[in-house]
Design a binder for this molecule. Structure first.
Ligand code: SF4
Length: 369
């Protein structure tokens, strides 16, 4: 029996079965197929080969330390200019208070990201990390995207290695995957002209990996980008992973237009989101984990995405997402799920929930050790 009514998908399925790497053209063909269920099945085969029925989540909190930013990205509804009444920068004391509440609720990770705020001294970043690490040594600090690291290096005239080493010494345990958006030009310059370019983002990720820290990687899809842009993005991430190997997880981020300069766009459909998860799983053969980021997908679609190659639902989260929390709240998605709720979603989808720490160690095994 044929795997699919799409002959090209059958060819690709044979390559996947043989463990062959998929090409740029294969990526385009995967997106072009009208056989969504066969595409999902193929991605699910790879996901089960890697992880069986295990589906990861963590207990985490997000801390967006400032929303002041000069970068003016067209897809961003989060940033504010310093004079806007709702512009904010949190103090270290506020961070400690939030972290304390998170630890009391069982959080194992604090995800720390913010805008590019030129009013902050470099010591703000190191004080923030070292104070948190001193007060809560077991709380994993996943802090600062490659865009923030690039800003810090340029603005404070430090070398990349100095920035990474000083932040690492202060308590930075790993880095989140934001700021990748879409690498390919001219799309990148159209949506985020003032942001770190693709080569720089990838180069910095490699330097963080070389310093012994893990990072994640994202792709913002569903705005003005083409399918070629998306596949190019995945191929570039795969090439970087071949070189430095430090990416843990890939997170496709569904664009949510309201509140942005691209508010006239519709954003991605449910089918587009499922395809993107599946194509990511199939193209990123050297990434261990693909995340269905429920904050952006919504709980229901994220649950379905577990059958399209995703093996991680992210976390319980409280404040924010990948700088996109306001979108999700406006969309009516609660930016919080309890452990029981996440586990129930995973079980209901036919998978086995595993609470993990940031490095994907099962928390139950760590507690038993
Ligand atoms: S996405 Fe990040 S860098 Fe761009 S405007 Fe928003 S906060 Fe600034």
């Amino acid at each position: 029996m044929q795997f699919s009514h799409d002959p090209k998908l059958n060819e690709i399925a044979a390559q996947v079965e043989a463990g062959a790497r998929l090409s740029f053209a294969d990526g385009l063909a995967l997106y072009a197929t009208d056989d969504l269920s066969a595409l999902g099945k193929l991605a699910d085969t790879v996901r089960r080969r890697l992880h069986g029925r295990r589906t990861y989540y963590n207990v985490n909190r997000h801390f967006n330390y400032t929303n002041v930013c000069y970068a003016d990205c067209k897809f961003c509804g989060f940033y504010r200019s310093p004079r806007q009444p709702d512009a904010y920068t949190h103090s270290v004391e506020e961070a400690l208070k939030l972290a304390g509440a998170a630890v009391a609720e069982g959080a194992t990770e604090l995800h720390i990201v913010g805008g590019l705020n030129t009013k902050l001294p470099f010591s703000y970043y190191t004080d923030l990390l070292s104070s948190l690490k001193h007060a809560y040594p077991r709380l994993y600090l996943k802090a600062f995207t490659m865009v923030e690291l690039d800003h810090i290096a340029h603005f404070y005239k430090l070398s990349d290695d100095d920035v990474i080493e000083q932040l690492k010494a202060a308590g930075m345990d790993s880095c989140p995957g934001g700021g990748a958006e879409i690498f390919r030009e001219p799309t990148r310059s159209t949506i985020c002209a003032h942001k770190t370019d693709a080569e720089r983002w990838l180069d910095l990720a490699g330097k963080v990996h070389a310093a012994g820290l893990k990072t994640n990687a994202t792709m913002l899809y569903g705005h003005i980008e083409s399918i070629e842009d998306r596949v190019d993005h995945l191929v570039r991430l795969r090439e970087q992973q071949d070189k430095t190997g430090g990416f843990q997880c890939f997170i496709p981020l569904a664009f949510y237009p309201p509140g942005t300069k691209l508010a006239h766009l519709a954003g991605p459909s449910g089918v587009d989101s499922l395809k993107t998860v599946a194509v990511s799983r199939l193209m990123l053969d050297n990434f261990a984990h693909i995340k269905a980021y429920w904050v952006m997908l919504g709980k229901r679609l994220a649950q379905v995405a577990l059958h399209y190659g995703a093996n991680d639902l992210d976390g319980t989260i409280t404040e924010g997402g990948e700088l996109t929390e306001s979108y999700s709240v406006e969309a009516g998605n609660e930016v919080r799920m309890s452990k029981d709720e996440i586990a129930a979603l995973i079980r209901d989808a036919g998978f086995e929930p595993v609470e993990r720490d940031t490095l994907y160690h099962p928390v139950a095994e760590l507690s038993a050790a």
